[in-house]
Design a protein around this ligand. Structure first.
Ligand code: PA5
Length: 435
């Protein structure tokens, strides 16, 4: 199987490969911290071996629940925020039809709750749920996060009034801590089937636990292949081979190199709109892992060519503070040729008989060249196609590179103390006891 590659030749051409190679020792030391667990944050390294060590009995139980709930649901509500929903959403949105909400298939259509406090959103969600058979996964590692707690109360009340309390309990699964937290207690009391987020796996590194696997399987996608892709990428990241053969080390090195050169923003860019939630997941992974102690690249994203008509001017000509990491898909799979038109009034017969993939590739090449000419360093990440196997590779690649990159930056990549600040203010404003 082909594996994901990272091409830093544009940066090497600009700065010299030797300059980037000066970070090798630091990057290798950071990798050793991940493998030996001898640095700050070492109590959250469970994700490193997760693709190999995932509990087979729990996995089989999860698949049985997916089959049971899938058979009686047209809609599946995933209640969670941050790391408790972005990974699942990334994979589902990458693999399902862009028009899945309009053209429903055999599998339940996954909708999300708990990631917002918008009243309009919940009003619209409840209207949908009035008319659809549905079931629910409520996902929270801490089991105490306000947004999913509020959303679950609303959805649970709706479910119980629609089906009665006993059937509602047959339509809910919980994914949470093994021992503690409000969600753990609710699930135990109500008798919901429960799945565990291991203590040593942080939210944003949890997509290969039931947090991600359960919704992805519910949407009808092959979690075995996803895990296989992650396992194969893990083997590559763990190997003691040449530095250049390890895409995670190369990516971690080059982004730290550019950061030290004064780059402040990294844009994850793709020509595939179905990868927009890859960008959202990646933003959380890197933003929450590295943005601390007043350090770290700000993760940003662009979808091209769409955003070239909105942000393209800034990227080309605005302040020079960004690098670009372009995710390229070598074999998208679909073929839609541009038809010939006898009149050629629109003047695009020169494109006739080319596939959209060829045109999109030329747009990507043109963008890379333009941005390089405009002084934006470009890293290229290539994957063979968008499927479960390649998404599994991408998940493990970005996670491993994030751990290495964070340690190279000199932060603990596995905590998120800054997330508490808004909560304290919100709780105070809401009159929560003790705030
Ligand atoms: O990465 C993280 O730890 C966070 O983004 C969490 O996933 C997010 O805050 C949700 O937390 P919880 O799963 O405890 O509800």
């Amino acid at each position: 199987m082909e594996h994901l590659t990272v091409d830093i030749s544009h940066i090497a051409a600009q700065y010299g490969r030797e300059a980037i190679d000066q970070l090798r020792t630091e990057v290798l030391a950071a990798r050793t911290h991940l493998l030996e667990g001898d640095a700050e944050g070492n109590d959250f390294l469970g994700w490193v071996n997760l693709p190999e060590e995932y509990d087979k009995a729990e996995y089989a139980r999860m698949k049985a629940d997916v089959a049971r709930l899938g058979a009686k649901s047209r809609v599946f509500v995933v209640v969670g925020i941050g790391g408790s929903y972005l990974g699942a959403r990334m994979v589902i949105e990458a693999l399902q039809s862009e028009f899945a909400s309009m053209v429903r298939g055999e599998r339940p259509y996954v909708v999300y709750a708990g990631h917002t406090l918008s009243e309009d959103y919940y009003s619209q969600l409840l209207t949908l749920l009035d008319h659809e058979d549905y079931s629910v996964a409520v996902i929270s590692k801490s089991g105490t996060t306000t947004e999913p707690a509020v959303a679950f109360r609303i959805v649970k009340a709706h479910l119980e009034s629609k089906y009665g309390k006993a059937e509602a309990a047959q339509r809910i699964v919980a994914v949470t801590d093994a021992r503690k937290g409000a969600l753990h207690d609710i699930a135990a009391k109500e008798g919901y089937p429960s799945y565990v987020i291991p203590d040593n796996v942080g939210g944003r590194f949890s997509v290969l636990t039931p947090v991600g696997l359960l919704p992805i399987a519910m949407a009808g996608f092959d979690t075995d292949r996803l895990l296989q892709g992650a396992r194969d990428m893990r083997t590559l990241c763990m190997a003691d081979g040449a530095f250049d053969d390890n895409p995670a080390l190369v990516y971690a090195a080059v982004r730290n190199f550019l950061y030290r050169k004064g780059i402040k923003v990294e844009m994850l860019v793709s020509c595939q709109p179905n990868l927009r939630y890859l960008a959202e997941w990646w933003k959380q992974l890197y933003g929450e892992s590295e943005g601390k102690d007043h350090k770290g690249l700000l993760p940003h994203s662009l979808s091209i060519t769409t955003d070239l008509h909105s942000m393209g001017q800034y990227v080309q000509d605005g302040e020079r503070l960004m690098m670009e990491t372009m995710v390229r898909v070598k074999n998208p799979g679909s073929r839609v040729p541009v038809p010939t038109d006898d009149q050629n009034l629109d003047g695009i017969n020169y494109l006739a008989s080319k596939s959209l993939t060829q045109i999109n590739d030329c747009a990507a090449e043109g963008t890379i060249q333009a941005h390089l000419d405009g002084g934006v360093p470009v890293v290229e990440i290539a994957v063979d196609r968008i499927d479960e196997y390649n998404l599994g590779q991408m998940i493990y690649f970005f996670e491993f590179a994030c751990g290495v990159s964070g340690y190279t930056l000199g932060v603990n990549p596995f905590n998120q103390p800054g997330v508490e600040a808004y909560k304290k203010n919100m709780f105070h404003l809401l009159g929560k006891p003790g705030f």
